[in-house]
Design a protein around this ligand. Structure first.
Ligand code: GTP
Ligand code: MG
Length: 170
């Protein structure tokens, strides 16, 4: 059949924004309201079919908390895609996106890595960052953009699929 290669996709962003929850929703269609924070690196894979192509995604999820982060260079090495997550209800996590983009520039080894900015937790009614603001940030940095909820599933599948689609066409 038309089996393709493995694509490495990273999820990065501040602690508590929902990186592990987005991965769990996408790979297992599950949500845990008491999701434990990540220590070191977590990893899941999933085979997806997109536009009649199969791709195996290797999804890497790292700790947002600095003290729990290890092996940073190998985490970033050879990644084709990166999802940068913030919490739409917590402006400080949005303000940190610049430094996460900077990490990608330092450690990323592929010149045309596909990037997507994701505003998560849109199910919570205490928004501090508007959709418009998120969209403008993404546009300025030439990344894809979507808002999601790992809790309700809204936008989650679309986010991963858009990244994969873009990788496959570049
Ligand atoms: P670190 O591993 O510390 O970097 O955090 P993380 O970014 O992986 O966050 P995690 O997925 O552990 O989620 C943190 C908390 O937010 C957990 O209690 C989740 O259940 C909750 N959470 C994650 N996504 C959502 C969401 O879309 N909506 C709501 N309401 N809660 C969410
Ligand atoms: Mg985590």
């Amino acid at each position: 059949d038309n089996y393709i290669t493995t694509l490495k996709i990273l999820i990065i962003g501040e602690s508590g924004v929902g990186k592990s929850s987005l991965m769990l929703r996408f790979t297992n269609d599950e949500f845990d309201s008491e999701q434990a924070l990540t220590i070191g690196v977590d990893f899941k894979s999933k085979i997806i079919e997109i536009d009649n192509n199969c791709a195996k995604l290797a999804i890497w999820d790292t700790a947002g908390q600095e003290r729990f982060r290890t092996l940073t260079p190998s985490y970033y090495r050879d990644a084709q895609g990166a999802i940068l997550v913030y919490d739409v209800n917590k402006r400080s996590t949005f303000q940190k996106l610049d430094s996460w983009l900077h990490e990608l520039e330092i450690y990323g080894t592929r010149p045309n890595m596909v990037k997507m900015v994701v505003g998560n937790k849109i199910d919570v009614q205490s928004r501090e960052v508007s959709r418009e603001e998120g969209f403008k940030f993404a546009k300025r940095h030439r990344t894809l953009f979507l808002e999601t909820s790992a809790k309700t599933s809204e936008g989650v599948k679309e986010a991963f699929e858009e990244v994969v689609r873009k990788i496959l066409e570049t």
